[in-house]
Design a protein around this ligand. Structure first.
Ligand code: FE
Length: 196
């Protein structure tokens, strides 16, 4: 199949689409700005980090999170599109979880934010399910051989988030301090939660 060479830039195509939808009265005033605001200001992996920190300090919350992550995240105010069915995966010392969308780039937007570029890359999507230990090592996470790795296929229907193990030496830390240890990478499973 040949690649067409006369395709307009993504920006030009987006503007043409927006103009056509506006002409037809299908684009409410401010709709695009509202989405941009939500995507940049509200969908943030710091939200997922707060969920993890709460789970680390509150066993009852963690139980609810593992039973129904959608509701538990909503308790903290994190809900909405692409967060309608969130499933939390708890890491254990002998079992590590990592997520991928092999089809495209699905993440649980309200708690993980929009996907980073590496997550969308064909290489990550193609390789992490086949050779997770090698891919994680290349990304800077070396796991001992006796730690099992489970790879979860997140999709348009089910959006996973990883609850990493709470680092040792954090007894008595408050939720804000704990949340600062949890990065987007840890929520996806290519990094651990570590004291900085
Ligand atoms: Fe996807």
């Amino acid at each position: 199949m040949s690649t067409p060479t006369n395709i307009a830039s993504p920006k030009a195509r987006a503007e043409a689409l927006q103009a056509a939808l506006t002409d037809k009265g299908l684009m409410p005033d401010g709709a695009v700005d509202a989405v941009i605001h939500t995507a940049t200001e509200e969908w943030d992996p710091k939200n997922g980090a707060r969920v993890v920190a709460r789970a680390w300090v509150d066993p009852e919350f963690k139980k609810r999170l593992l039973e129904d992550a959608t509701s538990a995240c909503a308790e903290l105010g994190y809900e909405g599109i692409q967060g309608e069915y969130i499933v939390a995966l708890e890491d254990e010392p002998e079992r590590h979880n990592v997520i991928v969308c092999t089809q495209c780039s699905c993440t649980a937007w309200p708690v993980l934010g929009l996907p980073p570029d590496w997550y969308k890359s064909p290489e990550y999507r193609a390789r992490v399910a086949r050779e997770p230990r090698k891919v994680l090592k290349e990304m800077g996470l070396v796991l001992a051989k006796d730690i099992a790795i489970r790879v979860w296929e997140t999709s348009a229907e089910t959006r996973y988030m990883v609850i990493p193990c709470r680092p040792e030496g954090t007894d008595g830390w408050n939720e804000e301090e704990l949340a600062a240890l949890v990065t987007r990478e840890a929520l996806i499973g290519i990094a651990l939660a570590n004291p900085a």
